[in-house]
Write a protein that binds this ligand. Structure first.
Ligand code: ZN
Length: 289
């Protein structure tokens, strides 16, 4: 049912030794001292899947640029970024070491087969909402998007994520529906079927950056910032147990499963993002190291 064949690749790390360590070793006919080499390594997985959260390591004190962002670097040299659903190009980070030496490291992106579902006979008012509703949706989505621009220094993203609820996966990340022949946007998260009222737990620690019980499309909506641009969103909640600014620890109850907003039945929609790039929670929760 669930293929795990690709997940191992995420753990296959390749190492990029600094050029000067290699030169020194060649010049003096010595192996570079392993401690020094380790401190100056840039470590990234060699291959990642579309929709992956990529965790890497750089020498402490480095500056790292990726895709127009300056990445946060933790006290341990940890960095993170996300790979979009439709990304196909190798992705490169530019690292300026504390010495000023610049290096690059790349990951290749493994494509996935995204499911497509055709849905016909949908009332046109649902496909294109009337102007007043469209305006409300636009306002609400702008508020949610603003919460995703934060670059918090907390490192909850590096925890081993847990499932926010137990249940059958009823909708996968990346699925695209075509309504009456018009492609809708791809499913931005993972749906987990569970009865209304089931507690939703924080999959990793973070701070609540958005909490509203009644958005038009997504109903009870909570955003949880795990730091370094990585956030989770929980949609269609029947009740909220948190407010904006609350710090939550992994496993803490943040709300209850529901079917609020546009939902056909009770389920948790769990989405994840790196800033505005949607990533697949299933890859994150199954991450191997
Ligand atoms: Zn969903």
């Amino acid at each position: 049912m669930m293929s795990t064949a690709h997940y191992g690749a995420v753990g296959a790390f390749s190492r990029f030794f600094s050029w000067w360590a290699a030169l020194l070793a060649m010049a003096f006919g010595l192996a570079a001292p392993s401690l020094q080499a380790a401190e100056n390594d840039i470590i990234l997985p060699a291959h990642v899947q579309q929709g992956a959260m990529v965790i890497g390591r750089v020498p402490v004190g480095s500056q790292v640029r990726y895709d127009g962002h300056v990445l946060n670097v933790s006290d341990y040299g940890t960095i993170v970024f996300g790979i979009g659903r439709d990304e196909t190009r190798p992705r490169t980070i530019e690292v300026t070491l504390p010495s000023g030496v610049r290096q690059q490291a790349s990951v290749t992106v493994t494509p996935r087969d995204w499911p497509i579902e055709r849905v016909n006979g949908v009332p046109s008012s649902t496909v294109s909402p009337p102007p007043d509703i469209a305006a409300r949706i636009g306002r609400e989505q702008a508020q949610v998007s603003a919460a995703r621009t934060r670059n918090d220094n907390r490192t909850g993203f590096a925890q081993h994520f847990i499932w926010p609820v137990e249940g059958r996966i009823s909708g996968r990340f990346g699925r695209q529906r075509i309504y009456n022949g018009t492609p809708g946007s791809a499913h931005s998260g993972m749906d987990i079927a569970a009865p209304t009222g089931t507690p939703v737990r924080a999959p990793a620690s973070g701070v609540i950056t958005f909490a509203d019980p009644d958005l038009y499309l997504t109903g009870g909506t909570v955003l949880l910032d795990h730091g370094f641009g990585i956030s989770s969103n929980f949609l269609h909640l029947s009740a909220l147990d948190v407010s904006v600014g609350d710090t939550v620890t992994q496993g803490q109850v943040i709300g209850r499963v529901g079917a609020t907003g546009r939902a056909t039945g009770p389920h948790l929609h769990w989405g994840m993002s790196w800033f505005s790039t949607r990533i697949d929670p299933l890859l994150v929760v199954k991450r191997e190291e």
